[in-house]
Design a protein around this ligand. Structure first.
Ligand code: ADP
Ligand code: TYD
Length: 202
C-alpha cells in the first residue's frame, strides 16, 4: 500500500506550521504512521537557501528557482518517496505551490513552474492552502518576534504571492480560511480530510 502526501501552503505567517503539527497529532492518534517535514529542507540546498535569504539573495531568479528545485529533488528522493513507499502519511510544510507562487511573484512564469513540478515530483493527494490576508499574517510574524526577512516578507510582495496562491486551479488544492483560531482552522482541515475521498481516516 502506498502512503499519502499532504502539503500545507500559504504565505509566511498564515499558520501552516501550527496546522501541520495539529494534523500530525490527530492522524497519529488515529493510528497512522506520520512523517512531518518541510521545505526549504534542512539538507544542503535548503540550508543554502536559508543562508542566502537572510542575507538578501544575490542570486538571479533562475539560480534561485534552480536551488529550490534541487532542494525538492533531494527531499523527494531521500525522504518523501521512501516514506510513501512504507505506506506513511507524509505532511510537508510547503511544497511546489510555494515555488510557483513565490518565484512567480518574483517574475518567473508561475504556470510553467507549476506544470513542470507536477511532472518532476509526486503530486500531493491534497494541498491545504491556508488563506490569510497578508496584513494579518505580517502582524502574526511580527508578534512572533522574528526578524523581518527583507526579501520575502514585505507586504506588497506577500500580497502578490497570496494572489498567485489563490489563482491556481487544481483538484488537489483545498483552500481553507486561516482567519479563525488555530482550533477553528484545524477543524476545517479535519472536515475536508473526511469529505475528500482517498485521504487517511480519522
Ligand atoms: P507559518 O508556518 O505559516 O509561518 P505559524 O504556524 O508559524 O505560520 O504561525 C505564525 C504565528 O501565528 C505563530 O506565532 C502562531 O502561534 C500564530 N498563529 C498560528 N495560527 C494562528 C491563528 N489561527 N490565529 C492566530 N495566530 C495564529
Ligand atoms: P520558511 O522558512 O518555511 O518560512 P515560514 O516559516 O515563514 O513560512 O520559508 C522560507 C521562505 O522561502 C518563505 O518566505 C517562502 C520561500 N520559498 C520560496 O520562495 N520558494 C519555495 O519553493 C519554497 C519552498 C519556499
Amino acid at each position: 500500500m502506498s502512503g499519502c502526501l499532504i502539503a500545507f501552503e500559504g504565505i509566511d505567517g498564515s499558520g501552516k506550521s501550527t496546522q501541520v503539527e495539529r494534523l500530525a497529532s490527530a492522524l497519529r492518534a488515529a493510528g497512522h504512521e506520520v512523517c512531518v517535514t518541510r521545505e526549504p529542507t534542512d539538507g544542503e540546498h535548503g540550508r543554502k537557501i536559508r543562508a542566502l535569504s537572510t542575507r538578501g539573495a544575490p542570486l538571479s531568479l533562475e539560480e534561485e528557482l534552480d536551488l529550490f528545485e534541487q532542494d525538492r529533488r533531494e527531499h523527494v528522493k531521500e525522504l518523501i518517496a521512501p516514506a510513501l513507499g512504507r505506506g506513511e502519511v507524509v505532511i510537508t510544510d510547503r511544497y511546489f505551490l510555494s515555488t510557483a507562487a513565490y518565484q512567480g511573484s518574483r517574475g518567473l512564469d508561475s504556470d510553467a513552474i507549476l506544470r513542470s513540478h507536477e511532472e518532476l515530483f509526486p503530486i500531493p493527494d491534497v494541498v491545504f492552502f491556508i488563506d490569510v490576508p497578508p496584513e494579518a499574517a505580517l502582524l502574526r510574524v511580527e508578534a512572533r518576534g522574528e526578524e523581518m526577512n527583507e526579501s520575502y516578507e514585505k507586504l506588497g510582495f506577500l500580497q502578490d504571492v497570496a494572489k498567485l496562491f489563490r489563482s491556481f486551479e487544481r483538484a488537489y488544492i483545498c483552500p481553507i480560511s486561516g482567519e479563525g483560531s488555530p482550533e477553528t482552522v484545524h477543524q476545517a482541515v479535519l472536515a475536508q480530510l473526511t469529505a475528500r475521498p482517498g485521504l487517511p481516516s480519522l
